[in-house]
Design a protein around this ligand. Structure first.
Ligand code: G3H
Ligand code: 13P
Ligand code: ZN
Length: 314
């Protein structure tokens, strides 16, 4: 059993200049695609569940799937994280349900309130050996339960605040807004990340793990397939892989990916529907979707630099 919190992973990721992939799970096929990739590449893994995922699939089902993943892969250190917890009560519920990490996202509240809410979650979680991720600054984009800001560049994290926030809140890692956003439309023109902000916060908080949300690359391969087979995703744009790799070598120790999983699955399902209009066996379209997720995640683990690092994180 290698169900762990993220402490050792982040220590090694920081020291050795890589980031651990945190992948959002919503169903069995997505989870299987991820773990098959991770097992073959021998990488540490963070599986995460959003409030929306919990609403869709029920925590009992998701937890049962994740339990199998953990049991069947004793050589892979696996942390399970609540993604974008919005209240103390939500975080408490996930801690009580056996998650090893929770994120309290109070970044849209005033600074002092963000500290207060985070501090409260930290007290509850640390007493149960669960780690806490917090967020500073605001991301853009819209997901089911996460509404972001329009002009991402104006809402990057403030390095002075980051130092004060970490000291006062006691959080274990900090998601810093640095120009990324959730979803498939991250930039209107040129992709641009605030590496200077990552650099400065990294220098002012030596050894402290930072997190990058909204890190999908929105791979052309999948967007093209979606558009080719009846989809409509003009101007989709993600974080270039080179930028993700660069951040992973800096103080970013956790990189969140959801959209790339959704795109891979959707692209393959669309392709099967279009090429085999008579197909109605879900295994015949979810199966290729799962394979596409596996191949994409395998590649991503090399972009993050965490392939082959499972053993050192145990
Ligand atoms: O950060 C957002 C994740 O992509 C989760 O999205 O709330 O639609 O599950 P969701
Ligand atoms: P993407 O939408 O870029 O995959 O980001 C996911 C995320 O940050 C989940 O918290
Ligand atoms: Zn996020």
């Amino acid at each position: 059993m290698a169900l762990v919190n993220t402490r050792k992973m982040f220590e090694m990721a920081y020291k050795n200049g890589y980031a651990v992939g945190a992948f959002n799970v919503n169903n069995m096929e997505i989870t299987q695609g991820i773990i098959e990739a991770v097992a073959e590449e021998k990488a540490p893994l963070i599986l995460q569940v959003s409030k929306g995922a919990r609403k869709y699939a029920k925590i009992s089902y998701l937890k049962a799937i994740i339990n199998v993943v953990v049991e069947e892969n004793p050589d892979i250190p696996i942390a399970i994280n609540l993604d974008h917890g919005d209240t103390f009560e939500t975080c408490k519920q996930f801690v009580d349900d056996g998650f090893t990490s929770v994120m309290i996202d109070a970044s849209h509240y005033p600074f002092e309130e963000n500290i207060e809410m985070t501090r409260k979650v930290v007290e509850y979680a640390h007493a149960r050996d669960v780690v806490v991720e917090a967020e500073l600054g605001q991301l853009g984009g819209i997901e089911e339960d996460v509404v972001g800001v329009e002009d991402v560049a104006k809402h990057v994290a403030d390095p002075d605040q980051a130092v004060e926030f970490v000291e006062k809140s006691g959080c274990d890692s900090l998601a810093v807004a640095c120009g990324t956003s959730h979803g498939a439309y991250k930039f209107k023109t040129e992709p641009k990340l605030a590496f200077d902000v990552i650099q400065e916060i990294g220098e002012r908080l030596p050894g402290f793990p930072l997190v990058m949300h909204g890190s999908s690359s929105v791979l052309k391969e999948f967007v093209d397939l979606i558009n080719k087979y009846g989809g409509d995703m003009p101007n989709a744009m993600g974080v270039p892989e080179a930028a993700v790799s660069k951040a992973a070598k800096m103080a970013i120790c956790k990189v969140n990916i959801d959209t790339d999983l959704r795109l891979a699955l959707t692209a393959k399902i669309r392709q099967v529907y279009a090429e085999t209009p008579g197909e109605f066996d879900p295994r015949k379209y979810l199966g290729p979707g799962r394979e596409a997720i596996k191949a994409m995640v395998k590649h991503k683990l090399h972009v993050l630099g965490c392939a082959g690092k499972a053993a050192e994180c145990l």
